[in-house]
Design a protein around this ligand. Sequence first.
Ligand code: NDP
Length: 445
Amino acid sequence: MNAYVERVLADLIKRNPNEPEFHQAATEILKSLSIVFDKHPEYEEKGLLEMLVEPERIIMFRVPWQDDNGKIHVNKGYRVQFNSAIGPYKGGIRFRDTVNLSVIKFLGFEQIFKNSLTGLPIGGGKGGSDFDPKGKSDSEVMRFCQSFMSELYRHIGADTDVPAGDIGVGGREIGYLFGYYKKLVNEHTGVLTGRGLTYGGSLVRTQATGYGLIYLMEEMLKEKNLDFAGKICVISGSGNVAIYAHEKATQLGAKVVAMSDSNGYVYDADGIDLDVIKTIKEVKRERISTYINYKPNAKYVEGCKGIWNIKCDYALPCATQNEIDLESAKILVANGVLAVGEGANMPCSIDAAEYFQKSGVLFAPAKAANAGGVACSALEMAQSSMRTYWSFEEVDSRLKHIMVNIFHNIKDAAMRYGLDGDYIAGANIAGFEKVASSMIIQGVC
Ligand code: NDP
């Protein structure tokens, strides 16, 4: 590893103890940027890496709220404004009991490079809370969102920081957050993306991350004369990303045989019925175990890790970080997996991702593969600023164009450094280059 990179990484780990997810994300990215730093010694003179790994601002706050029985709860709220070199901070909000500063910093750090890859003017940020909306009533979720926004509103704005959804934050939560922001600030602006279509949202935003994943994979598969027609897919998760990845893969002729939630997975040899999944997850907010009530021939298995034991052509982890470890990667490879597309953020551990690449599996890394969501969010911001709406076809074709471009940019970046086919390195390098040159032009700040 380049000596400068090694030193900054060691320092980062020492100065940010107890942040394993942030260490993991930084290690993965910085290791693959080592080769760039070998070629650009001037980056060290400018202190570029030291600035890049330190968030511009971290906001942490208390989120008190009252449940339906009058009991008071206090959660932690976070917003990490990581890097604004190429545009206003942009990145989702995650509500999940496992959220902590390390998780938000890992997501915010990744977001810098992902947003850069979209080619659109958006910086990197992320936020969230250790609150889990699962099992809460709508009124409880609303009170929580209002309390969260009563602090966050002073730090965000359409030209400053534009949050969106993530795990646990869908249309309902964005609605409550936006409504309260508007009340506090008295402005109807594009301060959040993922808004409903009746109040400033964009068509395709709901589908964007899942569709974008498939568009990018489609382009990658062409490298080996492959496509989705007749292929078997396993998709983890059954939330926003997973559902729309299923929808697009199926439209292209694939069969999705398994999906999961955090309790377990369902296997349906006839192909998972997406209408049933949408009913369970988007309408009834139930567990995926209930799928077998609709499809008695399907099988439900408790525990979600086993989903990777199912033989498939393409594996699409679309649930959460570190869901595929080396052991699962080995099983997938032994079962003949041809390609892996990361719909979730950092779903593969570093050694699992390396194993896929070493084994000749086409590997689409999250930063590139799931950038469709934030790209479409930037298109939502553009429509808000122009006070206009584009048709479904227009947004979808812009999304597809962006994903195809991302693939060619990461492929070219890998080739420029003699790393043909290493799309992990390609994504990190291509995402980094634009941020680095913008930071240098803007000086020490
Ligand atoms: P959702 O909340 O809509 O869905 C998440 C899904 O993953 C649910 O099915 C959930 O199950 C499952 N899940 C969560 N934690 C675990 C776990 N520990 N083990 C197994 N399954 C789990 O989130 P999204 O679909 O929006 O996000 C999924 C991933 O995609 C995240 O990594 C997110 O950061 C990333 N992403 C999302 C984007 C977007 O536009 N939404 C954009 C880019 C990345 P359960 O119902 O049991 O909680």
